[in-house]
Design a protein around this ligand. Structure first.
Ligand SMILES: Nc1ncnc2c1ncn2[C@@H]1O[C@H](COP(=O)(O)OP(=O)(O)OP(=O)(O)O)[C@@H](O)[C@H]1O
Ligand SMILES: [Mg+2]
Length: 297
């Protein structure tokens, strides 16, 4: 059995906390024709609340499969996954969706925004699913848009926005339900290096504020932002190290380290408040009925 992250390390921080994400002996097998693909082949992983993690590895090594599992978009073929103490692999689909909506915000390489819908309405979508009253919904979406620095563009549609601005909208949508965990699968994969830097500053800020941030990247300079780097190969974790000199931990970022030492109290509130959330799969569902959705400006 592979060795999990050493528990003793918890004692090294001021406030030891139980793992938010606990992956044990996880396998994910796909059968394609007569061929069996081991997308995940015995993964053990603990991630604590407030960690800032980069997952790296060659194409096909299982990064997205692991992210989908952590994000409750998928369940393992074998092994267990506990999210905040809850045994996710035992949940039925609708329970899985509820947990996902409450705990997880997803950001993708290709943004996954509804094309003919304003930035504000895109951000509101998860709250529409939560059947939140319109006024409250607007208020929260406006706050999330402001948080990513896009208030002045909130009535623009995605094609009226730059790539970086689109990704900011997607991040605002991921944040609008105040999830505990922000998952980003190659969030800078479609962006130039200057725009990537801006997006990474945003992730750094969110991590500094106590959000648990897990991102997949192929780029070393993107991974340098995280405080922990996990490398995968052939469905296995082959390296897992802390980087004390991560970009996010540098003093120029205004005391990011101290800010991240404590779990975000907002996360607790979010657990209680949020009902339905920010999965991109939902956005896709809405995309299918978009003309009926309209612009909820
Ligand atoms: N739905 C599926 N059906 C069959 N095989 C799959 C499926 N999803 C993923 N795989 C296979 O599982 C393995 C891991 O895929 P995954 O998408 O997790 O890789 P990745 O590390 O994210 O790669 P990339 O860097 O290219 O995004 C690959 O060999 C892939 O072909
Ligand atoms: Mg992938």
């Amino acid at each position: 059995m592979a060795v999990a992250e050493p528990r003793a390390e918890r004692g090294a921080t001021a406030a030891p906390s139980p793992a938010l994400i606990e992956v044990r002996g996880v396998h994910k097998l796909y059968t394609v024709g007569s061929q069996e693909v081991r997308a995940l082949d015995g993964v053990d992983l603990d991630i604590r609340r407030g960690e800032y993690v980069a997952i790296m590895g060659a194409s096909g090594s299982g990064k997205s499969t692991l992210m989908n599992l952590i994000g409750c978009l998928d369940t393992p073929t074998r092994g267990s996954y506990r999210l905040d103490g809850l045994a996710v692999e035992r949940l039925r689909d609708e329970e899985l969706a509820r947990v996902r909506n409450r705990q997880i915000g997803f950001v993708f390489q290709t943004f996954h925004l509804l094309p003919r819908t304003t930035a504000l309405a895109n951000v509101e979508l998860p709250l529409v699913y939560a059947r939140m009253p319109r006024g409250e919904r607007h208020e929260l979406a406006r706050k999330a848009i402001a948080e990513v620095g896009l208030s002045e563009r909130s009535h623009h549609t995605p094609n009226e926005l730059s790539g970086g601005q689109r990704q900011r909208v997607a991040i605002a949508r991921a944040l609008v339900n105040q999830p505990s965990i922000l998952l980003a699968d190659e969030p800078t994969g479609n962006l130039d290096s200057t725009t990537s830097d801006e997006i990474m500053e945003l992730f750094d800020r969110l991590a500094a504020a106590g959000k648990t941030v897990i991102l997949v990247t192929h780029e070393d300079d993107i991974a340098e932002h995280a405080r922990r780097v996990i490398v995968m190969r052939d469905g296995k974790v082959i390296s897992d190290r802390q980087q004390p000199g991560s970009r996010a931990a540098r003093p120029t970022d205004g005391g990011a380290i101290e800010a991240n030492a404590e779990p975000d109290p907002d996360d607790e509130a979010a657990d209680a408040e949020s009902v339905v959330g920010s999965g991109a799969d939902e956005a896709e569902e809405v995309a299918a009925v978009e003309p009926a959705q309209g612009d909820s400006r």
